[in-house]
Design a protein around this ligand. Structure first.
Ligand code: NAD
Length: 488
């Protein structure tokens, strides 16, 4: 059985305890993981704090940090195959997707490498003749980065990349559901030449590890990706250290198709939008909101495509839909479908787990035309389940699309340019994709409204969010300071 170690202060060690990780494709235990508890978390945060103030990091130029990030990007690209295989093994995410995504993760680090020496301060035209005032952008300090199991290398890159570019240090907590890719990433990071303690990688459970980390008095910023319920715990924890937070949470994203859309293209985008990554994607287009004029024809094509999807072992390059990461995810889908069917939703494709070992669940479509209050329309599945509603007018489409407590992504399919602009303006979501879906890039900010969280990852703004402004006042006069009892 493979055994992994945590990475603290430049050393690899076992955790205070160990836990088993299961292969989602077989349900069998395949590896032993180090479980970080209070002592390990404390050591990791203290290492990050020491590293933050140590001269080899604190005095390193931004150009120097950029060079190290470039070296890290090269190492990730060289080791993409190893990382992809591990992510597939531990999460069940298909090898087609992990291979492509991890190769792209290297580009995210390259982007932040390039940004490191472009995080500029400012000079102010101050209203006092004997003063110079300028603003320095300084790193916020120790960052606690917490990621869920899906796309961990990607979701950690958009935290580690900007944090290190800005000069912060990081303790990253990998998901206990599938920590292997992050623990292997630590081995690769170790070869890039960063000073010890700049990045520490641990894993463990919510109460003993996550809560200790996010309430630690030496943590200055918490960058979290995960579910809204965990986010609430984290915000409460951050009341202890008054750390700032950025929260990238879930979604119930609308995928809106008007009657004038390119139907074949929209069907393909919908298939990718909900069934790719076995639906375990925060931006999943999980609510199809479709013009009643084309609903039946569109659904017929979609059902045919769903039936053709190749379900299989995640390490087989032919596989298009692999298993869900955990058995809990599978049971959650079963429960939510049953509760939705009970109030009138109709299963028109899939609907039940496959009868084989592993957490396999087929592409599933629920027609909710007669069940506008079905829980499948409001609750996140994080599985390959699409809920469908028809609309008659543009105003109806907008109302249905915005009828959610989330607000992460949205998709609009139409060839009508003016309508597209009206929709872009009025959709309450952090991302609007028009005639496309599920596109990402290092340059583009990513984040949501409402229960989808706050803060943005990706792009220049994300790097600025890992800095604080320091205002510097310098008096240029050699005259004695006048009346000391008058504020200047
Ligand atoms: P989760 O919230 O259960 O867990 C996420 C992480 O938080 C894990 O590492 C977990 O150990 C940790 N955690 C749990 N309790 C904690 C506590 N009390 N304090 C600190 N940390 C704690 O999420 P999940 O079920 O692993 O992942 C799925 C969720 O993540 C979905 O809601 C999904 O939409 C969301 N997600 C969002 C994005 C995005 O960018 N917006 C991307 C991917 C996933």
């Amino acid at each position: 059985m493979q055994k992994f170690q945590q990475y603290i202060d430049g050393d690899f060690s076992d955790g205070s305890a160990q836990f088993e990780s299961r292969d989602p494709a077989t349900g069998q235990v395949w590896a032993l993981m180090p479980e970080a508890r209070r002592d390990d978390v404390n050591r990791a945060v203290e290492a990050a704090e020491r590293a933050f103030f140590a001269p080899d990091w604190a005095n390193m130029t931004a150009t120097g940090r950029g060079k190290l990030l470039t070296r890290l990007a090269d190492l990730i690209a060289e080791n993409a195959e190893i990382l992809a295989k591990l992510e597939t093994r531990d999460t069940g995410k298909i090898i087609r997707e992990t291979s492509a995504q991890i190769a792209y993760v290297a580009d995210f680090y390259r982007y932040y490498a390039g940004l490191a020496d472009k995080i500029e301060g400012a000079h102010l035209p101050i209203d006092k003749p004997d003063m110079e005032v300028w603003l320095r952008r300084e790193p916020v300090g120790v960052v606690a980065a917490i990621v869920p199991w899906n796309s961990q290398l990607f979701l950690s890159a958009v935290k580690i990349g900007p944090a290190l570019a800005a000069g912060c240090t990081v303790v990253l907590k990998a998901s206990e559901d599938a920590p292997a890719p992050m623990l292997e990433f630590a081995r690769i990071f170790d070869r890039a030449g960063f000073p010890k303690g700049v990045l520490n990688v641990i894993t463990g459970f919510g109460a003993d590890c996550g809560a200790v980390l996010t309430s630690h008095p030496k943590v200055d910023h918490i960058a979290f990706t995960g579910g809204p319920e965990t986010a609430r715990h984290i915000v409460r924890n951050s009341a202890e250290n008054l750390a700032s937070t950025s929260l990238e949470l879930g979604g119930k994203s609308p995928f809106i198709v008007f009657e004038d859309a390119d139907i074949d293209s929209a069907v393909n985008a919908q298939v990718s939008g909900i069934f790719a990554a076995t639906g375990q994607s925060c931006v999943a287009g999980s609510r199809l909101i479709i013009s009643n004029k084309i609903k039946d024809a569109f659904l017929a094509k979609l059902i045919a495509k769903a039936a053709d999807v190749v379900i299989g072992a995640p390490d087989d390059v032919a596989t298009e839909v692999g298993p869900l990461c955990t058995i809990g995810q599978r049971d959650n889908a079963v429960d939510l479908i049953a509760r939705s069917v009970a109030v009138g939703a109709v299963v028109v494709a899939g609907g039940a787990p496959l009868k084989r070992d592993g957490n396999y669940f087929p592409p599933t479509i629920l027609d909710c035309s007669d069940a506008p209050d079905a829980p499948c329309l409001t609750q996140e599945f994080f599985g390959p389940v699409l809920s469908v509603l028809g609309f008659d007018t543009e105003e109806d489409a907008l109302r249905l699309a915005n009828d959610t407590t989330y607000g992460l992504a949205s998709g609009v399919f139409t060839r009508d340019l003016t309508r597209a602009h009206r929709m872009i303006r009025r959709l309450r979501a952090g991302i609007v994709w028009v005639n496309t879906y599920r596109a990402v890039s290092p340059m583009v900010p990513f984040g949501g409204h409402g229960l989808s969280g706050h803060g943005r990852e990706g792009g220049l703004q994300a790097a600025l969010d890992y800095t604080k402004v320091k205002a510097v006042w310098l008096r240029t006069s050699d005259e004695p300071i006048p009346d000391p009892f008058v504020m200047r």
